[in-house]
Design a protein around this ligand. Structure first.
Ligand code: SF4
Length: 335
């Protein structure tokens, strides 16, 4: 179980200066390690990494890499997913206390009990889940292909969708499916981005595009507001983090309001420096993601910590549900 973020004290005392970056690169070479950083990481971690991206894109890079060690700068379930897809490699996370409130909102035991209440139902889980939950899942999904995954299931089969209630509501609305049961989980960061805040920001900047991640609590109200004409429908774009970068490169808007974790602004500003990107809620920062500090990364490379383990049976079952996800629609990248 993830510790409460406010109780966690990250490793500190190291400045992210040029000497630090050089030492990180040297140690990575010495360890034959590839450095992967999620889009929500601190800018200095994103800058020193070999690759930045969303959770699924990074796991695929991990599996395809020649390096024998993966250093995954993200939260624990992401490093576990990399280990599931690259079982022969050593996977390190710079601070194993970096959990995820969404992944923690359902355990393997809770999912087994839910399945027992709905025999024959197909379980669809968003990638923000532990390896144990993935092992109990029929098909994983990302925010990009969640609708396609559910649509691929015969209409008369019940579907159990977990753990994100906002993504579940989005899928139910898009598919019109009544036999879709949604687990009441949420991410404390995305749930903190709400409709009234979005409407206020949109009214203040009527020409701005709105990029909304479907795990945001505001996604439902954003579409509702668009339907009411309060926010121009063509301005609202529901996108995974990977698709946000593509949209940033192609939009003609001069300003964009972004409803997701604030770390994403770094990559968006790099992708399209001429656009004014602003957070809908600038308090939407994931403290778990920010546990991966310059000091934690140095510790990982010097001491080989914290190593991520997934037992072989759990990994094999989890891998099957992740592979089914990759086969359906355009999985994009997940969070
Ligand atoms: S932003 Fe939310 S869903 Fe993402 S890692 Fe943090 S707690 Fe988990």
């Amino acid at each position: 179980m993830t510790l409460q973020a406010q109780d966690l004290v990250p490793f500190g005392g190291v400045d992210a200066d040029a000497a630090w970056a050089e030492e990180v690169r040297r140690l990575a070479r010495e360890r034959d390690a590839v450095l992967l950083a999620h889009n929500y990481q601190l800018p200095e971690i994103q800058e020193v990494a070999d690759h930045t991206g969303d959770s699924l894109a990074l796991s695929r890079i991990a599996a395809a890499s020649d390096a024998s060690t993966i250093v995954f700068c993200g939260v624990h379930f992401m490093a576990e997913t990399a280990k599931i897809l690259a079982p022969g490699k050593t996977v390190l996370i710079p601070d194993a206390r970096a959990g995820c409130s969404l992944a923690d909102s359902i355990t393997g035991e809770q999912l087994r009990a839910w399945k027992a209440e709905h025999p024959g139902a197909v379980v669809v889980s968003y990638v923000n889940t532990t390896a144990e939950v993935k092992a109990e899942t029929d098909i994983c999904c990302t925010s990009s292909n969640a609708v396609d995954v559910v649509a691929s299931i015969p209409a008369d089969r019940e579907v159990l969708f977990c753990p994100d209630q906002f993504l579940g509501a989005h899928v139910r609305r898009e598919t019109g499916r009544e036999n879709l049961h949604v687990w009441a989980g949420e991410c404390h960061v995305h749930a903190g981005i709400n409709g009234p805040e979005l409407a206020e920001r949109a009214a203040a900047d009527p020409d701005a595009d709105l990029f909304i991640h479907p795990e945001c609590g505001c996604a439902t109200s954003a579409l509702y507001l668009a339907g009411e004409g309060a926010v121009p429908a063509d301005k609202v774009k529901i996108l995974s983090t990977g698709d946000m970068l593509k949209a940033a490169r192609s939009t003609s808007a001069r300003s964009v309001l972004v409803a997701t974790e604030v770390g994403m602004l770094h990559q968006l500003r790099k992708a399209a420096p001429e656009i004014d990107f602003r957070a809908v809620n600038d308090r939407a920062s994931c403290r778990y993601m920010k546990m991966i500090t310059p000091a934690a990364l140095l510790r990982a490379l010097r001491e080989g910590r914290d190593e991520v383990h997934v037992d072989a049976d759990t990994a094999a079952r989890a891998r099957a549900s992740v592979q089914r996800m990759i086969e359906i629609g355009q999985p994009g990248g997940g969070e």
